[in-house]
Design a protein around this ligand. Structure first.
Ligand code: G6P
Length: 491
């Protein structure tokens, strides 16, 4: 906010992402809106709300294109409009090829290395290119100035930076890659690796969550394209365009808006216990995310299984609630995961259940932020067991939800968040025994240790919040613009 106000006076901001910030539901009472389950949306929405501008996204959340809310341009959020949402409409074929196909069956498994084989189809790639062009055209059409700041989000738009650059050579294009960047060998299996890299190198600044991902990117470039790499400046120059490659660890808003209006922790505990029919003394664990194979949901169910077999004292004494939002269900591997998780939970429950207790509860639906925060507040521990994750904002939200400074975070070493939240209990989710022991330790942890760890993590998330994430990128952009201005004067 500060950066935009003072460092970039009058600059125009455009955001490009696949997912739009609101899902529109048609109910008898009219249209209601909800935020989708997306780390990207939860990070970008507070930023654009604060600085205004235009957000260009696929109009997917709208029930149907011909409905009353299917306007191309609307002012959002509905209750307090502060920016413009420009929606792009895609045909079913475009959506299948670009989103389900290349983005989510190709790039997603490619970058996450979660042992789901990426699928590369020529037709998907064609739609990916076409849809990138469609969004790039929208950026060029929406821009009112010749040098806007364009914030490009994620693996759906690897080609767009160069496409926009062609028409707006003076634009400051900041691309943020919300998922991991794999090592060069892994990236090398993508049939269109050169095009993807060249597309991204149309950006002025390319951001990843961690230095580890930046280094993977440098190595990929080194291996596959002729360019000048300057490790000192942390930049890459291709065809006269210099791209700064930087780590910007993403975060959440502080204080999170979902915390406003939350009941005190004991009341949240009582409400959740009642809702799930849990006995008085039963301890509560929570996991919450999209039903995605990268999140290690099966692995954590195995962890609970091993806990109950190695530490039988927890039978009847702890219940793990897994809330998961169905996602990308058109893709077979996602449907299979959901079926497998339901079957596994059932099997574990059958082995241990008693008439008034069961170890696992699955809640498979979309959960609104206030509900998620109530669950966080009711929990003795929260498990984030991603097999690979760029950052993972659930970990940070759990910490933000605990203003009572209690509760333990069990966090995968393969989530970017583990670089920052070192006071969590860090686990290898592939190792069920390790997970079980971490949960046991969480359940046994004395209150003063919980508080000390939580306080430390809260202090970090409070200062390294999402405004700082965006602010740092915009400050870097401002510096770049000043430098380019001086070079123009000198020329
Ligand atoms: C991750 C990706 C986002 C994506 C989100 C939800 O956080 O980095 O780009 O929006 O998952 O996935 P979906 O496919 O439902 O948008």
């Amino acid at each position: 906010q500060r950066a935009l106000g003072s460092e970039l006076p009058g600059a125009e901001v455009l955001v490009v992402s696949n997912r739009e910030p609101y899902i529109h539901n048609h109910t008898d009472a009219g249209i209601t809106v909800q935020l989708p389950a997306s780390g990207l949306v939860s990070a970008i929405e507070p930023v654009i709300r604060a600085c205004g501008g235009t957000w260009i996204a696929h109009g997917s959340g709208s029930a149907d294109r011909d409905s009353v809310d299917a306007a191309d341009r609307i002012a959002v959020p509905p209750d307090a409009p502060s920016y413009t949402l420009r929606r792009i409409w895609l045909t079913d074929e475009e959506q299948d090829g670009y989103y389900y196909g290349f983005a989510n069956e190709g790039m997603w498994p490619l970058c996450h290395i979660a042992f789901v084989r990426p699928t590369f189809r020529e037709a998907d790639w064609r739609y990916y290119r076409e849809v990138n062009q469609k969004f790039a055209d929208a950026v060029v059409r929406e821009a009112k100035t010749h040098d806007p700041i364009v914030l490009v989000q994620d693996y759906h738009f690897a080609l767009l930076p160069r496409m926009v650059r062609k028409h707006l050579p003076k634009a400051t294009i900041i691309t943020f890659w919300h998922i991991p960047w794999p090592n060069a060998e892994t990236f090398g299996i993508c049939p269109w690796k050169e095009e993807i890299i060249e597309g991204l190198l149309g950006s002025s600044i390319l951001g990843f969550h961690t230095n580890f991902h930046c280094n993977n990117f440098f190595e990929t470039i080194d291996r596959f394209v002729e360019s000048r790499i300057d490790r000192e400046r942390r930049s890459i120059t291709l065809g006269g365009q210099e791209t700064m490659v930087r780590a910007y660890p993403i975060s959440i808003e502080w204080p999170p808006s979902a915390l406003a209006g939350q009941a005190p922790v004991p009341a949240c505990r009582a409400a959740v216990r009642q809702r799930f029919g849990l006995g008085e003394g039963v301890r509560v664990g929570i996991g919450i995310e999209r039903f995605d194979y990268t999140k290690g949901i099966l692995d954590r169910l195995h962890g609970v299984d091993v806990l109950l077999s190695r530490h039988p004292e927890w039978r009847g004494a702890v219940t793990f609630i897994q809330a998961a939002a169905p996602t990308r269900s058109k893709i077979a591997s996602y449907r299979a995961l959901q079926d497998e998780a339901v079957a596994l939970a059932e099997e574990i429950n059958n082995r241990y259940r008693t008439p008034d207790w069961q170890p696992l509860i699955l809640s498979i639906r979309h959960h609104q932020p206030p509900e998620v925060f109530e669950l966080f507040r009711a929990a003795d521990f929260c498990v984030v067991s991603s097999l690979h994750d760029g950052m993972n904002l659930v970990a940070k939200e759990f910490v933000a939800a605990r203003d009572d400074e209690r509760g333990v975070l069990v966090l995968s070493t393969f989530a970017g968040a583990s670089r920052e939240l070192a006071e969590a209990l860090i686990v290898n989710p592939y190792h069920a025994h390790d997970m079980a022991e971490a949960i046991h330790r969480a359940l046994m942890m004395p209150v003063d240790e919980q508080e000390a760890r939580m306080r430390q993590m809260r202090a970090l998330v409070r200062t390294r919040n999402v405004y700082r994430w965006a602010g740092q990128m915009l400050l870097d952009a401002a510096q770049l613009r000043r430098r380019e201005g001086i070079e123009r004067l000198a020329a």
